[in-house]
Design a protein around this ligand. Structure first.
Ligand SMILES: [Zn+2]
Length: 498
């Protein structure tokens, strides 16, 4: 047996790739009724988690039992030791045990050489030791007004995020949440009641992922993509125009009613998200800020500073750290940021030094500079700028594979706070594979080359994992399976280039 080849096949099917996988013999452990799973974990819920997961994944009642021994030091780390007699899992936390089970689910093969199987499977006799590079591994999900984002889809995205060992999901409502305090700030007929959102929050927590709400308190006030011209408030309620700048894109910061309105929304989100530890305030692409009759004659930097500090303090009082996108805090005319995303003006950039350091800066960059750089690694200048300024900074890629991988390595190299992968309106098909699979890899183990050495493409591994999640959700229809609803065209087929 060629052990190295075996190890490459096995490591290459795991996502995110594990830190260490060693094949110890050519034998297998057979998962079946009563087979032994030994669990070393101080958390009393760990044994039940293993037994329940085995039942769910492989349709068997294994014999899971607590065992004595040392667990790995890392908070989210775990080890797996497989012999022909047992599977031994060790972890310091329940999350580590959950991650070990996710890895086993990806490692297993169904019984070989038969036509059909009722469950169970075989596991190779391997030793796995694993822990993440990044402590903060987030993915930003957009809940566009249903059915543009179907409820089934957003739930599946949360399940997939958990499966790929992301530990945070930021969920941006885009007018799809009927806020209890202001239901008028949502699209009629295309929004969900708070109870349905609460269900998502509970599900995420059960899966070991912490949900984070987002409310844009500066630009993106329309809660709709700018190119569409839609507006979650003004389309159906033009009487609320005073809360916004004249074109509707930014909130009017001179109007005290704006603050009251936004405070109500923040309160709703705290309630629905069960007092989250982080809260995303948006603040990107605030074009047309400060243009109304009051704002344009005011000391706008002072207004903006007061606005952000006010909401930062409000969140702090409730136990959450604020997160903001970076682009308004770097000057668009500054040569240093050529090739990076910089939307700021001298007014907006001037407040950065007064921004409290509990603000987390989300530095987004979606492409290498392409033609300019010709594939050469960028210097990640904005990421380093905010780190140098003393901010906890997240690197935020989108769907470009090279960009995601490079960002992951830069986050590790410059000791950034972590990654917040984005998905936006390209969250189906191959993009989805990149955003979940490649980003999960880049956040957990950015320097691994294991997926590249696998003979199967890691996209086909993703497809298999995606199918498992669909089975967990009880998918029944043609449209529910697969990363597009239709193969050729249909309401949710994505046309490249749109
Ligand atoms: Zn104004």
């Amino acid at each position: 047996m060629d052990i190295k080849r075996d190890e490459e096949f096995l490591a290459g099917r795991l996502n995110p790739p594990v830190k260490s996988l060693k094949v110890k013999s050519d034998k297998f452990f057979t998962i079946g009724k009563g087979t032994k799973f030994a669990v070393i974990c101080p958390d009393a819920a760990a044994v039940k988690l293993v037994a329940d997961s085995a039942k769910q994944y492989w349709n068997v009642d294994v014999k899971a039992a607590a065992a004595a021994g040392d667990a790995p030091e890392a908070e989210e780390g775990y080890s797996i030791r497989i012999t022909t007699a047992s599977v031994k899992i060790a972890a310091k936390t329940l999350r580590g045990v959950r991650y070990a089970m996710f890895t086993l689910r990806q490692l297993v093969e169904s019984e070989r050489g038969v036509a059909k199987t009722a469950g169970g499977g075989i596991l190779p006799c391997v030793h796995i030791d694993d822990e993440p590079d990044c402590a903060f591994r987030g993915i930003h999900l957009c809940f566009f007004p249903p059915p543009e984002t179907d409820y089934f889809e957003i739930e599946r995205e949360i399940r997939l995020a958990a499966y790929y060992k992301f530990n945070y999901v930021v969920i941006e409502p885009w007018g799809s949440l009927r806020y209890p305090s202001h239901p008028e700030f949502s699209f009629p007929g295309h929004s969900l009641a708070p109870g349905e959102w609460r269900h998502l929050v509970k599900l995420a927590k059960e899966l070991g992922v912490t949900p984070i709400p987002q409310l844009n308190i500066f630009g993106h006030a329309a809660a709709a993509r700018s190119v569409t011209g839609k507006h979650a408030m003004l389309d159906f309620h033009p009487e609320f125009a005073p809360l916004f700048e004249p074109d509707g894109w930014c909130w009017c910061l001179s109007n005290p009613e704006t603050r009251t309105f936004l405070e109500d929304l923040v309160g709703d989100l705290f309630d629905i998200f069960e007092n989250p530890p982080f809260f995303h305030l948006g603040c990107d692409e605030a074009f047309g800020a400060g243009t109304c009759a009051l704002c344009r004659r005011a000391d706008y930097p002072a207004l903006l500073k007061d606005h952000l500090i006010h909401f930062g303090e409000l969140l702090k009082k409730r136990g959450a750290r604020p997160m903001v996108w970076h682009d308004m805090f770097v000057n668009r005319d500054d040569e240093r940021w050529k090739g990076y995303v910089a939307c700021g003006t001298p007014d907006t950039v001037s407040i950065l030094d007064d921004l409290p350091k509990d603000f987390i800066i989300c530095d987004w960059r979606y492409n290498y500079r392409g033609d300019d750089l010709k594939g050469v690694e960028p210097t990640w200048a904005t990421l380093r700028h905010f780190i140098d300024k003393g901010f906890d900074t997240l690197g935020c890629p989108w769907f470009e594979t090279q960009n995601i991988k490079g960002f992951g390595k830069a986050i590790s190299k410059y000791n950034a706070y972590g990654m917040l992968e984005t998905t936006w309106h390209y969250n189906r098909g191959y993009h989805m594979f990149q955003e979940f699979s490649i980003a999960g890899w880049a956040a957990w183990n950015p320097n691994s080359t294991a997926p590249e050495k696998s003979l199967a493409t890691n996209h086909s591994a993703f497809n298999a994992h995606f199918r498992q999640i669909n089975h967990d959700m009880g998918a029944k229809t043609y449209e529910e399976f697969g990363e597009y609803q239709y193969q050729i065209h249909g309401p949710f087929y994505y046309e490249p280039g749109c």
